[in-house]
Design a protein around this ligand. Structure first.
Ligand SMILES: [Zn+2]
Length: 163
């Protein structure tokens, strides 16, 4: 077997495993309030890899939160466009947001087939840590701000699509 074919096969096998791990509908992991992620670099690197694998396994994913794949800690991954690098955020905290908000339909990997209108701030400033514990402050607007707010809801067991 040529190496590319072998790699593609391995990828598909892994994608199936990741898709099996996705928590759906009434799974208790989707209702948990997650604790802060410890700063251990090895632990975080492992969580980061799992989040990135999950993003790859779901073609239309723009974000995923650790509890959606059974990791009950405060970590999320967002990727607003496929050609943009995904960002993994540990212990994200919204430190400021716009006064204005917009209501739009949202969907969620964990609630397939469900679509619901949700109001979100148009702009948020989020502080988080990278896997190697670097503190970062990031300003997100519109769609990216919406993704972030959606994924952060999961960390408190409060995805509005599941309520
Ligand atoms: Zn979701």
């Amino acid at each position: 077997m040529n190496p590319t074919k072998f790699l593609n096969l391995a990828r598909r096998k892994q994608d199936r495993r990741v898709r099996r791990e996705l928590r759906l509908f009434n799974h208790p992991d989707l209702k948990m309030v997650c604790q802060d992620c410890i700063s251990d670099e090895k632990v975080r690197r492992d969580i980061q890899n799992k989040l990135l694998d999950a993003m790859l396994a779901f073609d239309n994913a723009v974000g995923i939160a650790a509890p959606q794949i059974g990791i009950l800690t405060r970590a999320i991954c967002i990727q607003s466009q496929r050609d943009k690098a995904p960002t993994v955020l540990f212990n994200p905290v919204i430190v400021d947001h716009s006064e204005s908000s917009t209501t739009k339909f949202e969907q969620c990997l964990s609630y397939p087939g469900v679509s619901k209108e949700v109001s979100r701030f148009d702009k948020v400033i989020v502080k988080y840590q990278t896997y190697d514990n670097v503190e970062i402050e990031l300003t997100l607007n519109d769609f990216e701000a919406r993704i972030l707010q959606h994924e952060m809801n999961h960390l408190d067991g409060l995805c509005p699509l599941g309520i």
